[in-house]
Write a protein that binds this ligand. Sequence first.
Ligand code: 5AD
Ligand code: SF4
Length: 438
Amino acid sequence: MSAPQTYRVKSFGCQMNVYDGERMGELLAETGFAPAAEGADADLVVLNTCHIRERAVDKVYSDIGRLRRENGSVPLIAVAGCIAQAEGEEIMARAPSVKMVVGPQAYHRLPAMIARASAGERVTDTDMPADAKFAALPARRRSGPAAFLTVQEGCDKFCTYCVVPYTRGAEISRPHADLLAEAQRLVEAGAREITLLGQNVNAWAGEDAKGRKVGLDGLITALAALPDLARIRYTTSHPTDMSDGLIAAHGEVGKLMPFLHLPVQSGSDRVLRAMNRSHTVESYLRLLDRVRAVRPDIALSGDFITGFPGESEAEFAETLTLIDAAGYAQAYSFKYSARPGTPAAGMAGQIAAEVMDERLQRLQAAINRGQLAFNQASIGRHCAVLVERRGKLPGQWLGKSPWLQSVHFFGDAALGDIVMVELMSAGANSLGGRIIPT
Ligand code: 5AD
Ligand code: SF4
């Protein structure tokens, strides 16, 4: 078989996978591949998978099937990401067309794997070397106006429903100096906003240039000193790791955007204990009070799970109460999905699918009401919008407000501009505005 020439990376799941997918693309470009044109066949396809909830595995097998071309040939296929980590052996056994299985901590070794796979071998690499990966990746050369930067990976929290501690491994923090260097490269490549990513991003810890121990707030302060970087965000956080310093940073660092994604999962203390969440409803609400004391306009986001084993109707109702009490600008909600190997999968009281569905609908209705109310309350505000994309209509632009709302408007702007916009209309998912002439 001759060596492949073009590649496509298809990422599923969280923003960390999007980041990994971009880095794999850069690595492949460095190795001599070209990205396949939109809609064209690629010689090499990387499926960068997510294992957080069910159906994902089935979807990967159907995606693999769909890669077969009309003449029966298949591209060189690599399965990457968390399913590769968790179920690599099964994939190799069930899908002969897959030639490479590569875990999220091993993808820097893709070029060597491709060389072996092109010579006819089938190669699996699901090692978890500590942080060798980032050092082995090429420097960043391209970026849109809003970039992702993974600063922390893995999780030591072991929530009883979650596979992440098993698929992504233990918490590691990338070094301060490496992150400043990567951020600088992203800014030179056109980024105006950087979102710091980690499964538990607020557990990031490191040493600054002077050798002082610093947390995420110290990293954010150092990044805020990059002159051409206008905005900093971070996601996703665990309530237990919201340090005093990080809370204070929301009041002190102007470039840190007024947005906080702080998953709570449930509004019932009994369910939170069964989830091994190390916080209560009360401690979560007090934490929000402290954040809002320094940044009253902060937009709150969260994650919720309905139908955790043993969740009663009354406990679910407590989650609805919490949603009203906390006030979310947006939130993600999921039906509980039993993940093989996690403690919750073996718990008594697994909830029927119809009950979960019905609770999810009520939960989403509550979240949507909050989201619409938050957006409607923004009407009349004048705010800075980072222009990220062209809109669907001629002359229309799409950007983000400081509160991470999608804003569309018409007028004289360019990608990467930060323009002042008056917010004039609001739906649940986006706002319309007009540029304020300066
Ligand atoms: N079932 C349903 N939702 C889950 N999440 C994580 N594991 C599961 C699971 N087994 C959700 C949590 C987490 C988000 C990333 O995904 O809400 O915060
Ligand atoms: Fe999963 Fe809990 Fe870790 Fe989040 S904090 S990644 S939900 S184990």
